[in-house]
Design a protein around this ligand. Structure first.
Ligand code: NDP
Length: 255
């Protein structure tokens, strides 16, 4: 698939980008959704953008699995199923059910996200199907507390993520294109439970795969979605004078 040297280079690129993105996003909010604005070059419709930019994540890990030799085993198949559960949702189900899928989305962000997903899918695929596969770790791994806790976190995160995505969609179903204050469930405590769900999911993935690539991805997700959650929270407070004062941005009672 790729050499060990290339894997290390890509891994460090991902760790490095996490740090860069974290600091950049405190000063510049990524220009899509409510922060969409002119001056970021050509745009495409957001529904198409989501499908195009997430597709490499579906494909890269699938290719890594298919090209691994010898067959990396049932455990590897389980990793593949977990990853694809998230990414089939994100790449196909989420965009197809999106309200306001015609909104403009900068092509530049699509290209950057594609690149990220190619790198991320490659290093995760390499590490779980090539680098760690022959280690004999797999059979014992099913009962390892890191694996069990990781799977629990992954599914809790996925559940929160999908439920709260749906709740945001309902706001649009009931109120046209305007933004509303989301209420109920996790929104009682925080402004961005969909982001929190995604972060929990990839922390779970890092634990259940016990891999550097998984850790890099979890860190990148925190760096990307953490500052954006703070921007969303501020945006709600500026636009809705009656925004619930005790609600936090991302972590109930804390942040
Ligand atoms: P948002 O929460 O900004 O928006 C999700 C959808 O809900 C959009 O269609 C948005 O419309 C709509 N929406 C949001 N808030 C309201 C509101 N108050 N009233 C009405 N409609 C609302 O999420 P993102 O678009 O940033 O991301 C989508 C998903 O992708 C998230 O679940 C996120 O976790 C995931 N993601 C993951 C990343 C990662 O690094 N792993 C990076 C980026 C996203 P509109 O578009 O018009 O604002």
């Amino acid at each position: 698939m790729i050499s060990e040297k290339m894997y290390l280079i890509l891994l460090w690129i991902e760790f490095g980008s996490s740090v860069l993105v974290f600091f950049l996003l405190f000063f510049i909010s990524a220009p899509y959704g409510r922060f969409n604005r002119k001056g970021w070059g050509p745009v495409i419709q957001s529904r198409a953008a989501w499908i195009i930019m997430e597709l490499p994540a579906v494909l890269m890990i699938l290719l890594a699995f298919l090209f691994s030799e010898p067959f990396p085993g049932a455990m590897a198949l389980l990793f593949l199923v977990l990853w694809e559960t998230h990414y089939v949702y994100r790449t196909f189900i989420y965009p197809l059910r999106l309200r306001g899928g015609q909104k403009p989305f900068p092509l530049l962000l699509v290209v950057m996200a594609c690149l990220f997903n190619i790198i991320n899918g490659t290093i995760n695929g390499y590490e779980i199907f090539f680098k760690n596969a022959p280690s004999g770790l797999y059979a014992k791994w099913l009962t390892d507390p890191r694996f069990i806790l990781g799977v629990l976190l992954f599914f809790c995160g996925l559940f929160i993520h999908i439920r709260t995505d749906a709740r945001l969609r309902e706001l649009r179903n009931n109120n046209g294109n305007a933004y509303q204050i989301p209420r109920g469930g996790w929104f009682t405590w925080i402004s961005c439970p969909n982001y929190l769900g995604e972060i929990i999911e990839w922390l779970g993935w890092a634990l259940l795969t016990w891999s550097w690539a998984g850790l890099a991805f979890a860190l990148f997700t925190i760096s990307n979605l953490g500052p954006r959650a703070l921007s969303h929270h501020r945006w709600y407070q500026e636009h809705f004078p009656d925004y619930p004062p005790r609600r936090r941005a991302l972590v109930p009672f804390v942040l």
